[in-house]
Unconditional design. Structure first.
Ligand SMILES: [Zn+2]
Length: 410
């Protein structure tokens, strides 16, 4: 019995290797699959036959260019094997996307969530109203593509803040504060059978960056993604022993920077975010007392104005951005002291002001023992945060879909 179950486990693992190779480079011929997965030719034949039989794979026959000889057989996923829905919760909008089993985007729409600076601010942070809106939007997304709920195998949700990934529960978020949202219970209660995956948004960025690096020549053992904006997010991705990616999102934005950084919107004092989040920068630039309860949402136009004046040598505006950079640098120095050196990928809405923060961030990093010994970590600027978040969603959700389909059908 033990032998049989371990054989099945290996078969499922090998099948997911084939499926993920197809997702990255498909459609693929038998020999390419063998090279990309490292599986023997016989194993690849057995797996593709199995996956074709249960309806997950399909084969395409390509005529040889000369018109003579045997046709080339290419394998690809059957795109209708299962669908995933991706929900990205941002400070002012919620984006809903539908993708098929090959990871191809089929439909997408956004709904304004309202902001504390605009009308309807009470509803904007009311978890009940938000949950009702999510349930309605999921149904709308499925109906627009004429899908039944049961055809959606995974719903992958992301937010800033602290999440309990195993239970798909949002524990603390910049939007809803300590009002917890149990997404697994919410969707089960609304009649969805799909597996619900909840992730911190910057964790997904780190996950996607590692997946992209995994296809390059030199894959780092670990990397960090730092997201700048209204709040400060951090994700770490590390290579596991079996080559799998282990991603985590430590509570970096609300780690103590220095008590005089002032009141944070989480209720604590002196967090990294209280100095480096948009509201922290705004508060410092206008010399507002640091115990002022921070605005939940700062219009980007307001931040742009402060940046323009900082670039025109306005003393307080420049200082506010430099202090933000220093808070980030001290935080990263602590990260490196605890986790070891790793490249840092800076992304997010706040990247547009990174020119004003970069130098003080490096200066703060350079003060630490870890950096004096190990050298300055490589700092990369990564522009396409939304694209990376979506790739991270697909990466995780399609793993769930593979596992679910394989265990149900093989
Ligand atoms: Zn905080």
């Amino acid at each position: 019995m033990l032998t049989k179950s371990s054989t099945e486990l290996v078969r499922q693992q090998n099948s997911s290797l084939v499926l993920s190779a197809l997702r990255r480079g498909g459609p693929l011929a038998h020999t390419d699959l063998s090279v990309l997965t490292g599986l023997s030719s016989a194993t690849v034949s057995a797996i593709t036959a199995d996956l074709e039989r249960v309806g997950i794979l399909e084969r395409l026959e390509q005529k040889p260019p000369t018109g003579r000889g045997r046709p080339r057989v290419l394998f690809s996923q059957r795109r209708d094997s299962g669908y995933i829905i991706v929900v990205r919760i941002s400070s002012d909008t919620v984006q809903y996307s539908l993708a098929d089993y090959s990871g191809t985007l089929m439909d997408r729409f956004e709904e304004a969530r309202g902001t504390s600076s605009g009308a309807g601010s009470a509803a904007a942070s009311d978890p009940k109203a938000f949950c009702a809106a999510v349930v309605a939007a999921l149904d709308r997304l499925a109906q627009r593509s004429r899908l039944e709920r049961r055809q959606v195998v995974a719903v992958s949700i992301s937010s800033k803040g602290l999440v309990d990934r195993d239970a798909a529960r949002l524990i603390w978020s910049p939007i809803f504060g300590t009002a917890e949202i149990d997404f697994a219970a919410l969707l089960a209660g609304a009649g969805w059978d799909a597996t619900v995956v909840l992730s911190n948004e910057t964790l997904l960025v780190a996950q996607a960056l590692m997946a992209a690096a995994g296809r390059g020549a030199e894959t780092p053992p670990a990397l960090a993604a730092l997201s700048l904006g209204h709040s400060i997010g951090l994700g770490i991705a590390r290579q596991g022993r079996g080559g799998e990616t282990e991603a985590s999102a430590p509570n970096f934005g609300h780690m103590l920077h220095t008590p005089d950084a002032g009141l944070c919107r989480c209720g604590a004092r002196g967090c990294v975010e209280a100095a480096a989040g948009f509201y922290g920068i705004l508060r410092k630039a206008f010399q507002v007392p640091s115990d002022t309860i921070p605005a939940k949402f700062v219009p980007l136009a307001e931040m742009d104005k402060i940046a323009v004046s900082a670039r025109q040598q306005n003393r307080m505006a420049g200082y506010a951005f430099r202090e933000a950079g220093a808070a980030l640098g001290h935080g990263l120095a602590r990260l490196i002291s605890l986790y070891g050196a790793m490249p840092i990928h800076v992304t997010g809405l706040g990247l547009r002001y990174f020119d004003l923060m970069h130098q003080s961030m490096e200066e703060a990093l350079a003060l630490s023992h870890a950096v004096r010994i190990g050298g300055m970590p490589a700092i990369h600027v990564v522009q396409d945060e939304p694209g990376l978040v979506f790739s991270g969603h697909l990466e995780l959700a399609l793993q769930v879909v593979d596992a679910s389909i394989l265990s149900a059908r093989l």
